[in-house]
Design a binder for this molecule. Structure first.
Ligand code: 6PG
Length: 259
């Protein structure tokens, strides 16, 4: 793993940087391929980013060319407070002019096995051959304090043949039944963006980025795009246990860039 780690003062600055990367990827994909494929995540960390994308008044994103997918979903109905799709709907989708047919949610209400099968079919409809799934222009990911990412949890099989998996996992008091995309899908993306905030993730983050490769134990280590970019946006609290040598790019404090 050869990660690019960018450190920001707090969630606000980190989210603004993520929004800028989202705009840039959207613009480039629309220009080069006429479509922008993004996979969103759930959890608390991307909420501010979704608001910033929704508030964009400069129309940097052509939503008619944008197709949104999810990297994972909790198996609850879409209007449940725990639905990742529901959260994105409330914070982002309801505020932008994205056509309904461009929104490809995981049907959590079907339960993990059926929803996983159904989503594999959806991904196939947008596949970039020889892949059975789209080559995402941007994948957003978070990480739990246990090192999970999307719904790839410690102890789950590292290798997965297909693009989706049905998962049962316990993390905090969140829904246990889930569907996740597999590392093969994430690793074929053009850009993968991790967003990590909070001191409670500092130790795990330092292990994921600095320890030996233990992908069974630290699923976030399974993410290593073959040809795409892997960028970690981290706030100062989460970065507090990282060795300086890992922070390759600019250190951004209080919004000012310093070397
Ligand atoms: C989910 C996510 C999950 C999340 C991490 C971090 O929907 O639960 O897919 O992988 O990104 O658990 O969550 P926080 O951002 O809330 O810390």
């Amino acid at each position: 793993m050869n990660p690019e780690v960018r450190v920001y003062k707090d969630l606000e600055y980190l989210s603004r940087a993520a929004a800028q990367l989202f705009f840039d990827q959207a613009e480039q994909a629309a220009h080069e391929r006429g479509r922008f494929f993004a996979a969103l995540n759930g959890g608390s960390t991307p909420m501010r980013l979704f608001q910033l994308l929704a508030e964009d008044r400069s129309r940097k994103i052509d939503w008619t060319l944008t197709h949104l997918f999810w990297g994972d979903e909790r198996c609850v109905p879409p209007n449940d407070a725990e639905s990742s799709y529901g959260q994105s709907r409330e914070l982002l989708l309801d505020h932008v002019k994205i056509p309904d047919e461009n929104v490809h949610r995981i049907l959590g209400e079907l339960g993990p096995i059926e929803a996983s099968k159904d989503y594999a079919h959806v991904l196939k409809q947008f596949a970039s051959p020889p892949l059975d799934w789209p080559c995402f222009d941007l994948v957003l990911l978070g990480m739990g304090s246990d090192g999970h990412t999307a719904s790839l949890f410690p102890g789950s099989p590292v290798e997965a043949a297909g693009p989706t998996l049905a998962i049962t996992a316990h993390y905090q008091d969140r829904p246990t039944e889930r569907v996740t995309l597999t590392p093969s899908v994430f690793n074929s993306a053009r850009m993968v963006l991790f967003m990590i905030v909070g001191e409670n993730k500092a130790l795990t983050l330092s292990k994921v980025l600095n320890d030996t490769h233990q992908p069974e134990l630290y699923p976030a280590q399974r993410i290593d795009p073959k040809d795409g970019m892997l960028i970690w946006l981290v706030d100062e609290a989460a970065a507090s246990k990282l060795p300086m040598k890992l922070i390759k790019t600019e250190r951004i404090v209080k919004g000012k860039e310093t070397k």
